[in-house]
Design a protein around this ligand. Structure first.
Ligand code: SF4
Ligand code: SF4
Length: 393
């Protein structure tokens, strides 16, 4: 086949883009076309219809349609540069000791909010491409905006393959990768998708404590600890609370068990190392006692800000209730008598689970003055649980 001059120069440009992307700190770089993603659209529509995306009100059928065709975002798009950064870093997973219960945070959230990291680097990459071409280049820089389906772009570009845990798995870094895209009005030669798949492995499905992986590659968002502890702003269903364990923001369990993730060397990018003030496995009791101002200061620039002060303290109550550590009772009693109601109700649940005279007396006292109907209900149920524990003891 005859190769035109412009084909050759676009291949050279692509090589320079890949090289420059790596110098900017992207670990993975490949290119795909700007064609639509009809299969992704069908899958998203089916899952929305089945209620598996409930709790994400912005993820509508209209959004699925728009997100499945890059030209809806940028009509003149000709190709997409798909990029990835490994966020795997060294850090302690659980450093709980008696009297000091500690929690778990999904690894991607140990460091700074990656959206800002991607946006900055993608803008730098765009400036490089404009300088190479000597003309203005139209672009859209995206990172987890849900305005495009990151995983579908990355899969078609050959960055990795869809795992049965719904993550994108890469040969180089397993699923410990964050994804972004640069839409360009430049036609670059596309890379082919990988032919790899999970094979007979199904380890991640039974590893999910809440049964959120309802079939290979199918996630019931409503049961996923990641959704419950981050996006979900309200009450966490009682039957799911014990299954959340010590997770206070996100969950990595279906990635921890994945053989593709084993023996992947941490990249230890500075941005994703644990924040010194919080660490990878923070002590739960001091965090529960944090004021809103302290929360905002401690988590400035962190993805954990997404859970908000009330949401994080709700999660902390659940993790403390699951810790079985009576050292948590005084802080939970303070939460039971503080604001907002969302935290009071989950503190009552945790106190019922931990049990003991101090917990019982605090709940009885609160019951006498509590005006929020839902919190009163939680206290009543917690007292029943606590009472049955006493009977068993
Ligand atoms: S992130 Fe956790 S809760 Fe969600 S599917 Fe994976 S193991 Fe299950
Ligand atoms: S645990 Fe096995 S089935 Fe699940 S994503 Fe990893 S390789 Fe695929």
């Amino acid at each position: 086949m005859e190769v035109s001059l412009s084909d050759k120069s676009n291949t050279c440009l692509k090589h320079r883009i890949v090289e420059h992307s790596r110098s900017l700190g992207f670990d993975l770089v490949r290119v795909t076309t700007a064609q639509p993603f009809p299969e992704t659209q069908v899958i998203l529509e089916e899952r929305i219809g089945a209620g598996l995306m409930d709790g994400l009100p912005w993820f509508t059928l209209a959004r699925a349609r728009v997100a499945s065709d890059p030209r809806n975002l940028m009509p003149e798009v000709r190709s997409i540069v798909a990029v990835g950064i490994s966020y795997l870093c060294d850090g302690e997973i659980d450093r709980s000791t008696p009297g000091e219960p500690c929690g778990r945070i999904a690894r991607y959230a140990w460091g700074v909010d990656y959206h800002a990291v991607f946006k900055r680097r993608l803008r730098d990459l765009h400036a490089f491409i404009e300088a190479q071409l000597g003309r203005p280049v139209d672009m859209r820089a995206l990172a987890d905006t849900a305005r495009i389906t990151d995983r579908a772009v990355a899969q078609r570009a050959g960055l990795g393959w869809y795992g049965k845990n719904t993550n994108l798995l890469t040969h180089e870094y397993g699923s410990w990768v964050l994804l972004g895209e640069l839409l360009l009005d430049v036609a670059l030669p596309p890379d082919p998708p990988l032919k790899t798949h999970c094979g007979a492995c199904t380890l991640c499905l039974p590893a999910c404590p809440t049964g959120a992986l309802v079939a290979p590659g199918v996630l019931d968002n409503r049961r996923c600890i990641s959704f419950l502890t981050i996006e979900h702003q309200g009450v966490i269903p009682r039957d799911l609370r014990p299954l959340i364990g010590s997770w206070i923001f996100g969950c990595d369990l279906c990635q921890d068990v994945c053989p593709v993730n084993r023996q992947r060397e941490p990249r230890n990018h500075a941005e994703f190392m644990p924040r010194p003030a919080v660490g990878s496995s923070p002590a739960l009791i001091p965090l529960l006692r944090m004021s809103e101002a302290e929360f905002n200061q401690t988590f400035q620039g962190s993805p954990i800000r997404r859970a908000k002060w009330a949401g994080l303290r709700r999660n902390l109550c659940i993790a403390l209730g699951n810790s079985g550590d009576p050292a948590a009772i005084p802080a939970l009693v303070e939460a039971l008598n503080g604001e907002p109601a969302l935290v009071r109700g989950h503190a009552a649940w945790a106190l019922g689970r931990l049990g003991g005279v101090e917990a019982r007396e605090a709940m009885v006292a609160r019951q006498a003055v509590e005006t929020d109907e839902w919190v009163r209900g939680e206290i009543e149920l917690a007292l029943v649980v606590e009472h049955s524990k006493v009977d068993k003891d």
